[in-house]
Design a protein around this ligand. Structure first.
Ligand SMILES: Nc1ncnc2c1ncn2[C@@H]1O[C@H](COP(=O)(O)OP(=O)(O)OP(=O)(O)O)[C@@H](O)[C@H]1O
Ligand SMILES: [Mg+2]
Length: 443
């Protein structure tokens, strides 16, 4: 392994061999040069700024094998290619050059090289390793997601993030923001389902003094306060129709009108929206504006169900166990073979959030160093009841158990719990209060 410095560094991963004076010039300009020869990785750290240099000057494309072999993450490296000069014999343009952000011709002009590296380093995509780390996964499905995020992030258009509850839509939205040029401005997230229908307009777009009873002072809405940044509208399917009209104005005219005013105030925000309901069906049912749907649905990111991510399940489980161990006492260090098998075979209806909950619960109750399938609650025990009229007939304690089990299974997502129990979200909240289930604590 290469020696990893303590502070985030500017690194050039050089595929091929830099000449001695090139290495020295890069070092003097603050770039650490790592040769991409080692078969055991290049010792990148989250936070490092990394640019890859593909040295194709010898015309052999040998270094491309290394690019393939060395790191699965090379998709995310910003690449600069150095190609033979025009007078040299130059074979057909290699397709890897299409992926390079810059191409320099030999003989290499060192000041140009350093200037170009600097430019690539300030491109947010040159340092995506850190942001994409938040979305753990190496399965083909997740590699696709990483690739798509990388493409969508720098484009200043809305992204509609779909996927079942607990699949990582929030995380994806944050990563999109982090990898965009807006990353130094605000990421303002709001759950449309949690806003009171009376106040949603005012929360999002603000209001003037006296706009309605109780509006004692002017209020700036979320869109205005996130100017320059990203607004993430979670559970967009729950946005009332009137607010949908105003959102359309933001997307079409880049302006908002506060409640009680006709003045258009310019706002510059990128809108990301997420939903775990079928928005097309909501459009068909007249609950969601068709024109808004098309505006939001330009770029779509679909988070795959956890059971489609294969070995990622174990990767994630290991990660959540380590994270738990960092701040909690537990004997558990890893998962037994039967636990791993059970996790790989389970359907994960609550997806990643359910995995976190099961791992944490298992870590608390674990008797030994290895967490068993039983401790994860994956021993073929009957799944909690969820179905028609379950709440109507259940006695008090059974009702509490049913609610709790359903909350757990759906990763404490209220909409999903309500759907499973076939009751309204308000009823779920009411039952939680009745049975003293403190959602914040349970989560
Ligand atoms: N790929 C991942 N790597 C690491 N953590 C993840 C990943 N996906 C999800 N998580 C974690 O799982 C939990 C649920 O994820 P998140 O809140 O993003 O899901 P969601 O799709 O927005 O769910 P909901 O529809 O309920 O809002 C969070 O704690 C999140 O940090
Ligand atoms: Mg979410």
């Amino acid at each position: 392994m290469a020696v990893v410095p303590a502070l985030p560094t500017q690194c050039v991963i050089w595929f091929g061999e830099p000449l001695r004076h090139e290495r020295a010039a890069l070092g003097a300009a603050g770039w650490q040069v790592r040769a991409a020869n080692a078969d055991d990785g290049i010792g990148l750290r989250a936070g490092d700024t990394v640019v890859g240099v593909l040295d194709l000057r010898d015309g052999s494309h040998g270094c491309l094998d290394r690019l393939e072999r060395l790191t699965d993450d090379h998709d995310y490296l910003s690449l600069l290619a150095v190609v033979p000069g025009e007078t040299s014999h130059s074979p057909a343009r290699h397709r890897v050059l299409d992926q390079c952000a810059a191409i320099l011709t030999a003989p290499l002009d060192l000041s140009r090289l350093i200037q170009t590296l600097g430019r690539l380093a300030h491109d947010p995509l040159s340092n995506p390793i850190h942001a994409l780390d938040a979305l753990i996964g190496a399965s083909p499905a997740m590699r696709d997601i990483h690739g798509t995020i990388r493409k969508f992030a720098p484009v200043d258009l809305p992204v509609l993030i779909t996927g079942q509850t607990g699949t990582g839509k929030d995380v994806a939205a944050r990563v999109l923001h982090e990898l965009s040029v807006r990353r130094h401005a605000r990421f303002a997230a709001v759950n449309c389902g949690a806003l009171s229908p009376n106040l949603v307009q005012s929360e999002l777009f603000g209001h003037e003094r006296g706009a309605f009873t109780g509006a004692n002072a002017r209020r700036t809405g979320l869109f205005e306060s996130a100017n320059g940044g990203t607004v993430f509208l979670d559970e967009i399917g729950d946005l009332p129709l009137e607010a949908q009209t105003n959102l359309l104005r933001v997307l079409q005219e880049h302006s908002v009108q506060r409640v009680g005013s006709h003045e258009s105030i310019p706002v510059d925000v990128r809108v990301l929206a997420a939903t775990n309901v079928d928005l097309e069906a909501a459009v068909a049912a007249g609950k969601f504006r068709n024109d808004l749907f098309y505006r939001l649905n330009v770029l779509r990111l679909h988070m795959p169900p956890l059971h489609e991510r294969g070995q990622d399940i174990l990767l994630l489980a290991g990660h959540f166990l380590s994270a738990f161990r960092e701040s909690n006492p537990t004997r558990a260090r890893a998962f037994s073979a039967d636990a791993q098998k059970a996790m790989l075979g389970f359907d994960w209806p609550g997806h990643v959030r359910e995995l976190i909950n099961r791992v944490q619960r298992a870590a608390v109750i674990a008797n030994g160093e290895l967490i068993s399938a039983e401790e994860l609650g994956l021993c073929g025990k009957p799944q909690p009841p969820a179905g028609d009229g379950a709440l109507d007939t259940a006695r008090e304690s059974a009702e509490r158990e049913t609610i709790l089990a359903c909350l757990r299974e759906s990763g404490f997502n209220i909409s999903e719990t309500a759907r499973r129990l076939k009751v309204s979200r308000v009823t779920v909240y009411r039952l939680c209060r009745k049975h003293k289930l403190d959602l914040a604590q349970l989560r």
